[in-house]
Design a protein around this ligand. Sequence first.
Ligand code: NAI
Ligand code: MG
Length: 369
Amino acid sequence: MATHKLLLLPGDGIGPEVMAEVKRLIAWMNQNGLGSFETEEGLVGGAAYDAEGVAVSDATMARALAADAVIFGAVGGPKWANVPYEARPEAGLLRLRKDLGLYANLRPAICYPALADASSLKREVVDGLDIVIVRELTGGVYFGEPKTIVDLGNGQKRAIDTQVYDTYEIERIGRVAFELARKRRNKVASFEKRNVMKSGVLWNEVITALHAREFPDVVLEHVLADAGGMQLVRWPKQFDVIVTDNLFGDVMSDIAAMLTGSLGMLPSASLGDLDATTGTRKALYEPVHGSAPDIAGQGVANPIAMLGSFAMALRYSFGRLKEAELIETAIANTLDKGLRTADIKSEGTTVVGTRQMGEAVIAEVARLA
Ligand code: NAI
Ligand code: MG
């Protein structure tokens, strides 16, 4: 069995609490022949700032580059509200994304049957939902230049953000989406606004050409992003994989997240380029939620987003689909049994803490394996 090198970066707040459950799961898998993982731990965010004066040190960055995958908890909190901008905890995550070249952000929105009533939408709209949003993460309007506020001198100011996309950036994110769709229900919806944005015109053109050239077997639909947002709420199950730019992806993935309930349930993956010689890609896996200072230190955080992020690492970095599914099924079964952390509790369920939820999921993995 191949040995996978993981760099664990627990971070701040509930980050270390939910990471503890991943460590428990990894130890169990190592002991029971379900995997061979070598783990190292590093500091990131406020924890790194306190110890090393930066949000992520060069030494930690080098270990991240050498690892087969980075498993990230969460960073930030009121304690670091006044640290210099470049050293703020969130800068650690931004540097990791940038230096690892993680341009593809995958956010699945899965509705577990046991939680279908927790959604703000009707049960039939979300029950069984299983879609993935593929968001371009390193380009677009968040990074394009010029990006400035100009004083016009007449009492007015002008704010400028610039949306920039090159062909190669659209092509590589499109490729991630089409390849992902082939392993799923073979459908891609590409969201842009070609009717009002030049970047939308190019986006549409590049995705269309890529589809014709490399992925004609995948069903492709072009959707204007505003109409897509409507459809995402009206009948989300029509989608399989949605690919879109950084800005629309930011919004759509937060909408999709709320289709399925709590932040504590949502995993994510950020992927870089495939290395043709090794067949591997740089990757970071993290829960969507932050460090939740309001509940940190109480042992009540929901570890499912973190455990699900580790399952994504098994799937996308290591090709261990069977083990990834095992974990996801164990999570679903644990919820079916009525176990809940406080963030997802409902009438008639049993509320447990972080550790008990982690242990219950592992016990279920053990039963299924
Ligand atoms: P947050 O995601 O930390 O918390 C929002 C709300 O959801 C809170 O009420 C929290 O208790 C709850 N929540 C989040 N995760 C949960 C879990 N696993 N189980 C149960 N409840 C959970 O977002 P917030 O409060 O806006 O930010 C807190 C800090 O986290 C800030 O410093 C922010 O910058 C940082 N942050 C970091 C992120 C990251 O590391 N990727 C992402 C988002 C925020
Ligand atoms: Mg967002």
